[in-house]
Design a protein around this ligand. Structure first.
Ligand SMILES: Cc1cc2nc3c(=O)[nH]c(=O)nc-3n(C[C@H](O)[C@H](O)[C@H](O)COP(=O)(O)OP(=O)(O)OC[C@H]3O[C@@H](n4cnc5c(N)ncnc54)[C@H](O)[C@@H]3O)c2cc1C
Length: 391
């Protein structure tokens, strides 16, 4: 390990959350000593690199919508903002839209979310089945009322964004250390240091837990108990015999099945299911695709009855079992301990706003976008916040 012994801020985990936070901290105060400890620097298992990389304004909680609006602003200018000398990251941000299909059971919730998105100035449309079929002739809309279409929603290269934040944070002075944080040491109610698997100790007055699905392991020696579970989710890449004429938006059925076109003419498909395994399991299972997801897919897109499963993968959601929302801010019982955990499948798009917010909290700067609704204190108070229908 590098011979670093102390820092102003230690970030545990250098995925999108840790790297965005390191970027905003060092941007706000270039003299700040920020150390990011990452145990898997190839990011083989990080959720960031295993995600669908989608950003959408289609949420039903105001703050989640505002967080995504900020992400879109950042992604639009990301390649310029994150350039380091003559090296520019390439993030392939494609605004191909998200389409949430609505049935009778989900109509009330969808209309409420749609109205809120409109009020907040989002580009969002309520489409009837004819409009949907006109735009996406492969879809079969029988039994559905229509859908909400967000044309500005889209996807991007998650690894590219991660590398962009990481490179810029390093250029601004952040230090990345390879290692595994085993313990956070607390003395008289204050964070003192972290101890790595190598037994090296790093002292700091502020530690941010950005360890994704591993966030509870990092807290094991403290008395902090988070309602966060690692849940395995699978993604399948498909090559269809019939190719759509234009890219398909991320289309989400009321059952939770979702798919979109990927660069290279493939289709990516997934679905969160009750029986998804809890634990650190990365084995994907083609039976799930053939037996459950494919029949559901070709009922909605009959032309996809002929296709090839090209590959698949499994990654982890850090599921907040209290309310499915982020847990962001200081832990009230330990001074200097900050959390950015429990993103429950939508953390990638939340990293810019969360990283900026944490940097403003830690450096005592004016808050640009108030995210106190996600305050960790609600865990202790057992006060869930509601995101209805669209998680
Ligand atoms: C299949 C799938 C699809 C998804 N789709 C989307 C989507 O479309 N849009 C969206 O916004 N989000 C999506 N997500 C969720 C998103 O990927 C995550 O919310 C986000 O990447 C979380 O970022 P993170 O930095 O907190 O976690 P991670 O990316 O997992 O990073 C945490 C890092 O911490 C490191 N670490 C853990 N423990 C330690 C330790 N003790 N010491 C040192 N390092 C440690 C890990 O190695 C890891 O690199 C998806 C996730 C999955 C699995």
């Amino acid at each position: 390990m590098q011979t670093v012994k102390s820092a102003d801020v230690i970030i545990v985990g250098g995925g999108i959350m840790g790297s965005a936070t390191a970027y905003y901290l060092t941007k706000a105060d270039p003299r700040l000593k920020v150390v990011v400890v990452e145990k898997d620097p190839a990011y083989q298992y990080a959720s960031t690199t295993l995600s669908m990389a989608n950003v959408r304004i289609q949420f039903s909680l105001k703050e989640n919508i505002l967080v995504s609006m900020y992400a879109m602003e950042i992604l639009e200018n990301f390649e310029d903002e994150m350039a380091v000398e003559d090296r520019r990251p390439s993030i392939a941000f494609r605004r191909e839209g998200n389409l949430f299909i609505v049935d009778a059971a989900g109509e009330k919730t969808a209309r409420r979310a749609y109205r809120l998105q409109k009020e907040l100035g989002c580009d969002i449309h309520w489409w009837d089945p004819d409009t949907i079929c006109k735009n996406y002739p492969l879809y079969r809309m029988e039994g559905y009322l229509g859908g909400t279409f967000g044309p500005g929603d889209g996807h991007f290269d998650a690894y590219g964004v991660l590398m962009g934040y990481r490179a810029k944070a390093r250029a601004q002075g952040a230090l990345y250390v390879e290692g595994e944080v085993r313990t956070i040491e607390v003395e008289r109610g204050k964070v003192r240091s972290v101890v790595l698997a190598s037994n090296d100790r790093l002292a700091a007055a502020a530690v941010i837990n950005c360890a994704g699905a591993w966030c509870c392991q990092v807290l094991e020696n403290t008395n902090v108990k988070l309602p966060v579970k690692p849940v395995m989710r699978q993604v399948f890449a498909l090559d269809s015999a019939v190719k759509p004429e234009a890219p398909l938006p991320l289309t989400v059925l009321p059952s939770g099945l979702y798919f979109r076109t990927e660069t290279g003419g493939l289709i990516l498909l997934g679905k969160s299911m009750e029986q998804d395994r809890v634990g650190f399991d990365f084995t994907w299972d083609d039976k799930r695709f053939y037996e459950v997801l494919w029949p559901e897919l070709y009922e909605f897109v009959p032309a996809f009855d002929r296709l090839k499963l090209v590959r698949g993968w499994a990654g982890l959601y850090a599921v907040n079992t209290l309310d499915g929302n982020a847990i962001v801010g200081p832990w009230p019982e330990i001074e200097g301990l900050f959390l950015a955990n429990g993103f429950s499948g939508h953390g990638l798009q939340q990293a810019p706003a969360v990283g900026r917010y944490l940097s403003e909290l830690i450096l005592d700067l004016p808050i640009s976008l108030d995210l106190s609704v996600f305050d960790p204190a609600r865990i202790l108070e057992n006060k869930p916040i509601a995101e209805v229908g669209l998680v």
